[in-house]
Design a protein around this ligand. Structure first.
Ligand SMILES: [Mg+2]
Length: 384
């Protein structure tokens, strides 16, 4: 049976996260900056309309557009919003493939019957659900192949953020420019125009043999994708073997409590991810990088497999104490949850009787965070 695929893409993702955190920024020209505030990596609709190009250095932007609000990037926050958006999509759709921090493919086959509407109506419901639950606006493209769904989502940004390509392939193919097709970069685009191919229709009219000679197997696959025949099925997200969470400090520091609080944040983020996959880790690692780029890593085993913050933080803080010296200034922190296993809770409870208690608390944490927003609650630590 033909699959119906949606590509859900967050609009101006980093800016939208900042606007969700601080509603005063909504409807204003806002730009988020790359690491070290070097250049612009995300623009609000208003900033785009003013003509600020993507990727230009901050000092140039400030000269030409002094009235724009420029914000340093905060990637921990964007990662958390991403997880929340993906969770909403996962609940809504039978199968999803997370494609990047702000994009996911989803199988929405049959949801039209379920919601008693058409696929455009399904997309609208999903768009509203994401916005209501996370305050992040998304655009959704719907079609019967990933390539067309991606194209539809890109084009939908000019309108109300929803575009469906089903049954109307013929009309649309001649309007799709080669350079707008997913996966066609500058080189391939040039090669095609050199062969007098300008639109998707020009590709679909070629024979398989000709395409295969000129562009190999991928050329033929592309033709069928453009005809709405899915050649690239959704890939299941593989459960991770290890989970890493790291970040650079805004300002390098030797403040012990600040560093522990950073580690605590990493533990929380990583544990949530681990629980989402239903996994348990048996060893952990602490990573600290000093101001002059010396790198320290220490690893230790846990007493029993767990995915609970407090079980893990005890061991992490011990490792941290072994690395930390007061006269060293640190620039980044990180942790790894390692030796991950996927097994049942009852098996685990044989190891240690407090596992069940921990898993109850962990579930409650996730529930509260899902309902009231990321990090409305997380495990703390004693300041010493
Ligand atoms: Mg996006």
């Amino acid at each position: 049976m033909e699959k119906i695929i949606a590509l859900i893409d967050c609009d101006s993702f980093f800016v939208s996260c900042e606007q969700a955190e601080n509603p005063d920024l909504k409807h204003k020209p806002v730009c988020v900056l790359s690491n070290n505030d070097a250049c612009i990596v995300s623009r609000s609709k208003e900033a785009k309309q003013m003509g600020i190009p993507m990727g230009i250095p901050l000092f140039m932007a400030k000269q030409d557009f002094p009235d724009v609000i420029y914000i340093s990037g905060r990637h921990e926050i964007y990662r958390n919003y991403s997880e929340r958006v993906m969770k909403v999509i996962e609940k809504f759709c039978p199968q999803i493939q997370i494609y990047s921090i702000d994009e996911a493919f989803a199988d929405i086959t049959g949801l039209d019957k379920y919601f008693q509407t058409d696929y455009s109506g399904v997309a609208k419901l999903l768009q509203k659900e994401v916005k209501d639950k996370t305050d992040i606006p998304v655009s959704i493209g719907v079609s019967s192949s990933k390539t067309l769904a991606k194209y539809a989502s890109d084009k939908s940004k000019n309108t109300d953020g929803i575009m469906v390509i089903l049954d109307n392939y013929d009309d649309i193919l001649k309007d799709i420019e080669i350079s707008d097709i997913w996966g066609i970069g500058r080189n391939l685009s040039k090669k095609m125009t050199d062969l007098s191919m300008y639109t998707a229709k020009d590709i679909t009219e070629k024979t398989d043999k000709w395409l295969s000679e000129k562009f190999g197997k991928n050329g033929v696959m592309l033709k069928y994708e453009l005809l709405g025949k899915s050649m690239y099925p959704l890939e299941e997200e593989k459960p991770p073997q290890s989970i890493q969470d790291t970040s650079s400090l805004r300002k390098p520091t030797n403040d012990k409590n600040k560093l522990k609080s950073e580690l605590n944040f990493h533990i929380h983020t990583a544990c949530q991810r681990l629980r989402r996959f239903g996994g348990y880790c048996s060893s952990v690692e602490v990573m600290l990088k000093t101001k002059d780029f010396k790198y320290y890593v220490l690893k230790d085993k846990l007493d029993y497999p767990t995915n609970f913050e407090l079980d893990i933080s005890k061991v992490i803080y011990n490792l941290f104490e072994k690395i930390y010296t007061q006269d060293t200034v640190y620039r980044s922190t990180g942790i790894v949850l390692d030796d991950i296993s996927y097994t049942t809770e009852t098996q685990l409870s044989l190891f240690e009787n407090n596992t069940q208690e921990s898993s109850k608390i962990a579930k409650a944490l996730d529930k509260i965070n899902n309902k009231y927003g990321q990090n409305s609650i997380h495990a703390g630590f004693y300041k010493k």
